[in-house]
Design a binder for this molecule. Sequence first.
Ligand code: GTP
Ligand code: IMP
Ligand code: MG
Length: 332
Amino acid sequence: MKNVLVGGQYGDEGKGKIISYLAIKDNPEVIARGGVGPNAGHEVHYKGKRYPMRMLSCGFVNEKARILTGAGVVVNPDVFLKEIELIHGNPKRCGVDFRATWLTKEHIERDGSQTPGAIGSTKTGCGPAVMDRAGRVAKTVAECPELKPYLADVVKEVHHAKNVLVEGSQGFMLSVLYGTYPFVTSKDVSASSIAADVGLGPKDIDGVIMVIKSYTTRVGGGPFHGEQSREEAGKVGMQEYGTVTGRPRRTSFELHWDDLKLAATINSATQIALTKIDVKFPGNAGVRKYGELTGEARKFVEEIEHKLGIPVALIGTGPDSEDIIDRREKVL
Ligand code: GTP
Ligand code: IMP
Ligand code: MG
């Protein structure tokens, strides 16, 4: 089984938590990260500790899996090595494709001075690193001495393994092609691109899990319909703060159906993982059986399935990786 997991909104859908659940439950041999770079922050709670992961996959919670970062990702060696330390990783467990782009301090400086302010970039240097790659003047991680022990051929590894989970980053509405251009990130982040980031082609993919949060948030500039004030969002527990920048996220209580339909189509989503249903509908915290959700919550799940025509196979009911309803056997 080779599955790709992507964000269906503006990032921060809770991909980290879903990945960490699947990493343990499905026990993939290889968990590989695609997407842009250290602009992403995927948060996972594991054994009472919070891990905000920017370069390595949240799949690290499975200590037997190979944790890889694909060629398509721009890599900040300092962040990569700090996360290796954080998870007590080593070259036997973790690797980065030797073809990946080396994100340098100069890229970070340029992000600060050149990226248009209105976009609200994370200023982590990703855009300039992607530009240098396209301009064919970037270095690759193979030239970075500190990363030598971690260099890997991710393409070979993902093709050799039977059970692979690919972790995408950002979300569909931030895609440079299909999102709210120019208020977007620097790459396409739909499933095909995420797969290509780690070296998988369209026929290698068995399933696409699209993660959506029960409401919509966005951090940074750009159009955002149904936006509520921070005060209103706070009253219902929907005021969030960015994992990477700590900035307050903008909140809309609704799902943006037209955007989600396009996201489902272009991602070829085969299943939905719905997060934070407990935040949207109080009374559902920690529920692990579908039948135990409140009627209102179940109606919401049915509405999503009806409008998008895709089964909601996983439902998050709390921050812990185990706070999840796994309906895959029933609905897939
Ligand atoms: P990604 O970038 O998509 O990985 O999300 P993120 O980690 O940036 O998202 P965010 O910081 O908003 O959410 C992560 C936090 O929400 C983590 O602490 C998760 O444990 C928690 N979380 C994820 N899913 C759920 C859920 O279904 N219910 C609740 N209450 N919390 C959740
Ligand atoms: P950049 O990719 O850091 O230049 O940021 C461009 C836009 O994408 C900004 O609005 C960021 O807030 C947003 N963005 C980039 N990565 C993420 C992410 O992982 N989660 C949420 N927003 C992101
Ligand atoms: Mg995030």
